[in-house]
Design a protein around this ligand. Structure first.
Ligand code: GLN
Length: 245
């Protein structure tokens, strides 16, 4: 009988420890199609500014985590359903999203920009007329901006890179996305120009489930510490020249 009890206790402990470890490991969701913030590196691993920032944050918070990549417009539903515990994905803080998730303090300033093929007659947003086509990433603030403000037809892609390739193949007149990814992909794809006009003022935030104030407070405290101790600046300098933010 004692042996059976001991075995039972041992099994229960394994059970308890098993759950504890699983529960302690947070799942971070991103969409690794948004360089230099998040992308698949040469080694096949998810890399980028956001990924290094969240690593530094999680080390300070003191929890283990794993990063998974899902589609951008699946991030908010995944937070709500608990499939992921937090998301970092160059995500702009806006009112509509803030009704469904809790955002951290802003960690990056951004704006929408237009990208065209070199030599295009389009030099600013006002040149985009009815009958023209603009590519965006589905569910992003670029999608919202183009849909609300531009007379051109909006074509929605899962990956901004696919929109850029379609533009290079002559199927689109312009592509709209955030400034830093515009610069990154324009350079990588070649033959493209990023127009200087900044069409919006946006700030990125890390998001958690609406009721997870405990986690967001820890993330905010860690973020403040990383800015204070220079770690934020060190990570920033790896991905951006000082002129960009
Ligand atoms: N900042 C934009 C948004 O929040 C784009 C983000 C992205 O494509 N990863 O919608």
């Amino acid at each position: 009988m004692k042996k059976v009890l001991a075995l039972l206790v041992a099994l229960m402990m394994v059970g308890v420890m098993g759950t504890a470890t699983a529960a302690d490991k947070l799942v971070v969701g991103t969409n690794a199609e948004f360089a230099p913030f998040e992308y698949i590196g040469d080694d096949g691993k998810i890399a980028g500014f956001d990924i290094e920032l969240i690593d530094a944050i999680m080390k300070l918070v003191g929890v283990e985590y794993e990063v998974i990549s899902i589609e951008f417009d699946a991030l908010l539903p995944a937070l709500a359903s608990g499939q992921i515990n937090l998301s970092i994905s160059g995500m702009t803080i806006n009112e509509e999203r803030a009704q469904n998730v809790l955002f951290s303090e802003p960690y990056f300033n951004a704006s929408q920009k237009l990208m065209v093929v070199e030599g295009s007659a389009i030099t600013c947003a006002a040149d985009l007329k009815e009958g023209m086509k603009i590519g965006v990433q589905m569910g992003t603030t670029g999608d919202l901006y183009a849909t609300d403000n531009l007379p051109a037809e909006v074509l929605r892609y899962n990956k901004i890179l696919d929109a850029i390739l379609d533009m290079k193949n002559g199927r689109l007149d312009a592509v709209m996305t955030d400034a830093a990814p515009s610069d990154y992909y324009a350079k990588a794809a070649g033959g493209l120009t990023v127009l200087p006009e900044e069409l919006s003022e946006e700030k990125y935030g890390i998001a958690v489930k609406l009721d997870n104030t405990e986690l967001i407070e820890k993330i905010n405290a860690a973020l403040a510490q990383l800015v204070e101790d220079g770690t934020y600046e060190t990570i920033h300098a790896k991905y951006f020249t000082p002129a960009e933010e």
